[in-house]
Design a protein around this ligand. Structure first.
Ligand code: SAM
Ligand code: GLN
Length: 272
């Protein structure tokens, strides 16, 4: 059997579980041989060792059981960066890359010098911002596992970020004056939402935010005085737009942005 045969076999099996079986098969196989996709493609006509076939097919079976590929390869990609990921930490989504774009534009336009990412997870957002700006960077999370992986990822990309354990801005209580921009992709899924089985493998505290998915926003904006003058950019679910308008529009200048699929996905609130 050649690498090409094995790739085609994995791809066909993954058609049952994945929307992108071809690219998942390549990622899985390059993970097994511990080489880049390009190196794998270069040896497509070579014969594969039986050991590799067995390992690759075992991992394919695990993927078929609904485990996200990123938890199998322990790797994910965000804003052109390769990040480490493990089960128990939220896998960054491509929609959130647009939040980074919006944040970087605002940083440039307002000459922002300091930013905090609330609920940093793998560190995806704040690492992308740190790599592409000169801001002083902070990040918080209520998951110590997430902070561990985020620190590892920051180190991997030579970013200096202050990671702090605790909810919302609490760990930054004494530094609040200095923070100009707050970004977050918080939990916003309704408790009763029907999710894909892969998403159900992710930590519930990263996803769910009460009956209407609004718990995080309600709690975060319950003390608006603390946020005076700051710019806040957050992700949300399209059907929450009206509720967010009601909750936030009296607090400052509210603007909405769409993701790459033309769905309302982010708001910017410039606090009075
Ligand atoms: N920012 C990452 C990303 O976009 O890939 C992770 C986003 S994930 C949807 C939400 C994260 O917020 C999780 O890591 C979760 O542990 C954290 N979280 C949930 N509630 C929080 C709170 N009150 N304060 C800080 N972090 C919180
Ligand atoms: N958009 C995510 C999903 O796949 C949820 C992200 C979040 O709650 N921040 O369901």
């Amino acid at each position: 059997m050649t690498y090409r045969d094995l790739y085609l076999k994995i791809r066909d099996i993954l058609k049952k579980a994945s929307e992108s079986p071809g690219s998942e098969a390549l990622l899985l196989l390059s993970h097994v041989i511990n080489q880049s996709k390009e190196k794998l493609l270069a040896k497509f006509e070579e014969k594969v060792d039986e050991e590799i076939v067995e390992k690759a097919l075992n991992l394919t079976t695990i993927r078929l059981m609904g485990i996200p590929l990123q938890y199998i390869t322990r790797r994910c990609y965000f804003y052109g960066l390769e990040l480490d990921i493990i089960p128990g930490v939220f896998i960054p989504r491509m929609e959130t890359e647009v939040l980074v774009e919006v944040a970087l534009e605002v940083i440039k336009k307002k000459q922002i010098k300091s930013v905090v990412d609330i609920g940093t997870g793998s560190g995806a957002i704040i690492i992308a911002i740190s790599k592409n700006s000169n801001c002083e960077c902070f990040a918080t999370d209520v998951s110590s596992l997430a902070l561990q992986i985020a620190s590892q990822n920051a180190l991997k990309h030579s970013c200096k970020i202050n990671f702090l354990f605790g909810p919302f801005l609490e760990p930054l209580k004494n530094l609040l004056d200095k923070i100009q921009l707050i970004v977050s992709n918080p939990p916003y899924v309704e408790t009763k939402a029907k999710l894909q089985r892969e998403v159900l493998q992710e930590p519930p505290e990263a996803l769910f935010a009460g009956e209407d998915g609004m718990d995080f926003y309600k709690a975060f904006f319950s003390q608006p005085k603390l946020l005076k003058g700051k710019t806040i950019i957050m992700e949300f679910s399209p059907e929450q737009k009206l509720k967010l308008e009601k909750l936030l529009s009296h607090l400052g200048r509210l603007t909405f942005f769409q993701d790459q699929f033309m769905k309302d996905r982010f708001f910017m609130l410039e606090m009075l």
